[in-house]
Design a protein around this ligand. Sequence first.
Ligand SMILES: [Zn+2]
Length: 151
Amino acid sequence: MSRRFSSEELHYLRNQVPIRQLIENHFDNPAGSEGRYRCPRCHRNDANINAPHNLLRCFDCAENFNPIEVTMHVLGLDFVESVNWLMKRYPMPMTGSSDIPASRQSSPPAKQKPAAPADRMTDLSTRLSSLEKKVFYIAAQLEKVLASLSE
Ligand SMILES: [Zn+2]
């Protein structure tokens, strides 16, 4: 497979595929003590997640691994295979860099509210006022209980 990837796709995989989720969901590498992870290269539990930069950093190797590099090391794949592997599991949103899909950005269809018939409205307002009375009653009871408790 000699497919070339756009820089946008690679940028997305490096920065938008959450490295912690990737490692914990796919690579059987749960956080050890002190939240350390297994290094994909030296296999020592001395790697930390650098969330702001979306990198896994090994303190032994003194090296950072982005999601593509972690995938390459852990699964023993080459670069193209790793990108394909990640693309399958973390497909890029259709709009590219935007977080919100285009379909969501267009204004939603205005909801047509059916006009409530007059009798239904009066029915509702009666129920509302009776509910109101109940709430006031409960509040009064509560006040009595509270008063007796503070005595
Ligand atoms: Zn290491």
